[in-house]
Ligand binder design. Structure first.
Ligand code: C2E
Ligand code: MG
Ligand code: MG
Ligand code: MG
Length: 291
């Protein structure tokens, strides 16, 4: 593996420049091979979406689902988005990938709606590059029209750092998306460094508290107070909050006590293929209806 070769090359000392260069070439070659493979994966339908419910805190019924992309590689099995989204962003492949994800998520949502699935909306992650793409608005408008999505049924998640990287410009795009009836969420909130004045101007309806703050909410006083502060701040701005990565009842109780509207995490369901997720959505809704 190229990383190992590089590591060995470095540990050989500076005399081994030749070996080091070879290792760098190997890394570059590996990357190019993966780029080519990813391009083919998009074209030949190796990507798939898994869906994770977002539930209402008070009764545990699903209100929405988040679509999360995976790559079903013919040799390497299911690959996590963390292993290929960054490459897609660096190579421009995020545009066709993101377009496929948006299309597929809306298509699945329309099927679920026709089947009377107990959900109100579908959330899709957008990368910074998509947010900056001049074609984004037309693309979103087109997909919403084709699948007859009404305002509030499509939610787009952008991370805090993406939204803040070029605030003037991304705020304009976010406002235009909002005017199309898209619900907007700031993902991984708390990991960036937004100032309060920017937060006030952000044309979004939802903040998602990053999983890293939820994880130790029961044991780490700092994390508990960060979560409580984010909730108070969001509510003071009229925003609703989704807590990510909820795995335990104690986390759920803490978040409920701080009036967090929605929860997402393994406590309720993992991201799963559409058919499995539909069963899960029905289970959650039955459990919510029975006292
Ligand atoms: P994210 O949008 O913050 O998604 C939440 C991640 O947390 C998902 O990881 C999900 O599987 C994981 N998760 C949810 N609940 C729990 C829990 O209770 N415990 C733990 N340990 N993890 C939990 P996943 O699916 O690996 O996705 C990772 C990231 O990849 C996403 O973070 C998102 O930033 C990115 N991503 C995924 N799909 C897409 C996509 O279609 N487009 C773009 N641009 N990015 C995507
Ligand atoms: Mg997300
Ligand atoms: Mg997140
Ligand atoms: Mg996250």
């Amino acid at each position: 593996n190229a990383d190992m070769a590089m590591y060995h090359a470095k540990s050989q000392g500076r005399n081994n420049l030749q070996f080091f260069t070879a290792a760098m070439n190997a890394a570059a070659t590996e990357r190019m091979a993966m780029e080519l493979e990813l391009r083919q994966a998009i074209e030949t339908g190796q990507l798939e979406l898994h869906y994770q419910p977002q539930v209402c805190t008070h009764n545990g019924a699903a209100c929405g689902v988040e679509a999360l992309v995976r790559w079903r590689h013919p040799q390497r099995g299911l690959i996590s988005p963390l292993a290929f989204i960054p490459l897609a962003e660096e190579t421009g492949l995020i545009e066709p990938l993101g377009a496929w994800v948006l299309e597929e998520a809306c298509r699945q949502f329309a099927i679920w709606r026709a089947e009377d699935a107990p959900i109100l909306r579908i959330a899709v992650n957008l990368s910074a590059q998509q947010l900056r793409s001049p074609g984004l608005l037309a693309q979103v408008e087109d997909v919403m029209a084709r699948y007859q999505l009404i305002p509030g049924e499509l939610e787009l998640e952008v991370t805090e750092s993406e939204a803040m990287s070029d605030p003037e410009r991304s705020f304009d795009t976010l406002r235009a998306l909002r005017d199309l009836g898209v619900q907007l969420a700031i993902d991984d909130f708390g990991t960036g460094y937004s100032s309060l004045s920017y937060l006030k101007q952000l044309p979004v309806q939802i903040l998602k508290i990053d999983r890293s703050f939820v994880k130790d909410i029961e044991t780490d006083e700092n994390d508990a107070s960060i979560c409580a502060s984010i909730l108070a701040l969001a509510h003071s701005q009229g925003l609703k909050v989704v807590a990510e990565g909820v795995e335990t009842m104690a986390q759920r109780e803490f978040l409920a006590a701080h009036a967090c509207e929605y929860l997402q995490g393994y406590l309720f369901a993992k991201p799963e293929p559409a058919e499995v997720c539909l069963g899960r959505l029905r289970e959650l809704s039955i459990a919510a209806a029975s006292p």
